[in-house]
Write a protein that binds this ligand. Structure first.
Ligand code: NAD
Length: 453
């Protein structure tokens, strides 16, 4: 595939000004919705083949998000793209000031495999809504979903506007040599650095949606029923292969036993069987092997069984864990949940603050001082109090990391902004201007300027 040629075609298409028309953008967003709905079954089959993800999970965590994004931009495109009038300062009177949201141009979206449709299509939809062209490179790790996306997009959209590139590291390395106007990447911090470096060569702006170890803190005042139900759901959804899943738990040592009891009861109740509707496989053998190494027999509280052939790992809670354990040295990204304890809430926060800034953090408590300290003392991409992961489903909140967990954010208007340039234009009247700033200068003029500014 000649990516250089495709990008050159996209550039001429962008330069034709067609993508700037709101009518054009809406027409293609509507077409995308139609194409997705028409091919829903194909999308379900492909993801099931890749890692046994059920229709229920695929609809609730992927398709519904994509449809909601399309609806959001269809509904809000006029107001998002309208020039915004702002105040004009005294020095620029008589004048008026406006901010124009203009598309950046030719964009590249690189997706991750764990929510292959959502993490590829959502940024792609946003790029198109903001008036750009787009090349999407989904992750080759989920090969069937990559092929499904390439099929439904490339058969239905002009490639000079939108194109899905298939391939692995060789292909993406070639693509990254090209000059884009924006690169939006979702994946690991390690590959994020490679993408950032490639983008820097062309001074291309990036959004990097990366990962990290996201803590869930449970204090003595928490509602354990609610906390454990929500943590179990969030951790074992997609078999823990979720960027914002609680990576580990920090629980007040006084309440550890009762909390663990509640956690166990929900794991049993949710009945995570292999090949069932509500549990998925580990994506591949490499990740399976990486994960089972974390299961230290003597630290298992519940779970610990696995089946290599089915790439199934039972929901596993590990207790008596220390910060130095292997499971605490990297993002787990699987159904293994280490539990650590603390005796002092603020010391627990300090411990989190010493680590790389996580993509998410969660706090379960009824205590308002703890809530205040949680939001003000530690840095994290985004999070919830008394829930996990749901912050990302609110399009009025920005979604993204900080530090090692990412650069920039998206969703709703934040995504639109990530794919737009905000062009500032000041229009001056051709009359009514005092001569103050023009030479020849004088003491009298300076005194006036001092008064005015
Ligand atoms: P990954 O970094 O291995 O791959 C991501 C993408 O990078 C893929 O499309 C892949 O083809 C591409 N890639 C691989 N090698 C490359 C190279 N040498 N140069 C350029 N691109 C290359 O990540 P993954 O395994 O797909 O996803 C897991 C990671 O992503 C986890 O760390 C997780 O936390 C993170 N993640 C973050 C978010 C988020 O929204 N912040 C969402 C999902 C996953």
């Amino acid at each position: 595939m000649n990516f250089q040629e495709i990008l050159a075609d996209q550039r001429s298409f962008f330069n034709s000004q067609k993508t700037k028309s709101i009518k054009f953008r809406k027409m293609y967003l509507e077409k995308l919705r139609e194409v997705i709905l028409k091919n829903e079954e194909l999308l379900y089959k492909a993801i099931y083949k890749d890692f046994g993800k059920s229709k229920f999970d695929t609809y609730t965590t992927e398709i519904s998000f994509i449809l909601k994004d399309i609806d959001y931009y269809l509904k809000n495109l006029n107001s998002l793209s309208r020039p915004k009038k702002v105040k004009t300062n005294l020095a620029n009177q008589l004048g008026s000031s406006k901010i124009f949201s203009e598309p950046l141009g030719c964009t590249l979206v690189i997706g991750a495999w764990n929510y292959p449709y959502q993490l590829s299509f959502s940024p792609m939809i946003t790029a198109l809504a903001a008036g750009n062209t787009c090349i999407l490179k989904p992750s080759e790790v989920a090969e069937n979903t990559m092929k499904a996306m390439a099929k439904i997009i490339n058969e239905n959209f002009p490639k000079e506007y939108l194109f899905v590139a298939e391939g692995g590291v060789d292909e993406i390395t070639e693509i990254l040599k090209l000059k884009f106007d924006k690169i939006f990447f979702t994946g690991s911090s390690k590959i994020g650095r490679i993408v950032y470096e490639a983008a820097a060569k062309n001074l291309t702006p990036v959004t990097l949606e990366l990962g990290g170890k996201s803590p869930a803190i449970v204090t003595s005042s928490a509602d354990f029923e609610v906390a454990s139900k929500r943590i179990v759901w969030g951790k074992f959804l997609n078999a823990g292969q979720t960027c914002v899943a609680p990576d580990y738990i920090l629980v007040d040592e006084k309440v550890k036993d009762s909390f663990l009891d509640a956690l166990k009861s929900y794991i049993l109740k949710f009945n995570y069987q292999p090949e069932s509707e509500h549990y998925t496989q580990i994506i591949n053998q490499r990740n399976f092997d990486r994960l089972v190494q974390f299961i230290e027999k003597e630290k298992i509280y519940i779970g610990g069984n696995y089946d290599a052939e089915k790439r199934y790992i039972e929901p596993t809670v590990l207790h008596n864990i220390n910060w130095d354990d292997a499971v605490m040295q990297e993002e787990i990204f699987g159904p293994i949940l280490p539990v650590l304890t603390f005796s002092n809430f603020n010391e627990a926060l300090l411990k989190i603050a010493e680590k790389e800034k996580p993509l998410a953090a969660y706090l379960f408590t009824k205590n308002s001082e703890e809530k205040e300290n949680f939001t003000s003392k530690i840095s994290f991409g985004g999070g919830c109090i008394n829930d996990v992961m749901m912050h990302l489903s609110n399009e009025h909140l920005p979604f993204g990391g900080v530090g090692n967990s990412g650069i920039g954010n998206y969703h709703g208007k934040f995504g639109f902004n990530a794919f737009s340039h905000h062009k500032a234009v000041l229009e001056r009247a051709t009359w009514g201007e005092p001569d103050l700033k023009y030479p020849p200068y004088s003491e009298k003029k300076l005194n006036w300027i001092k008064k005015l500014l």
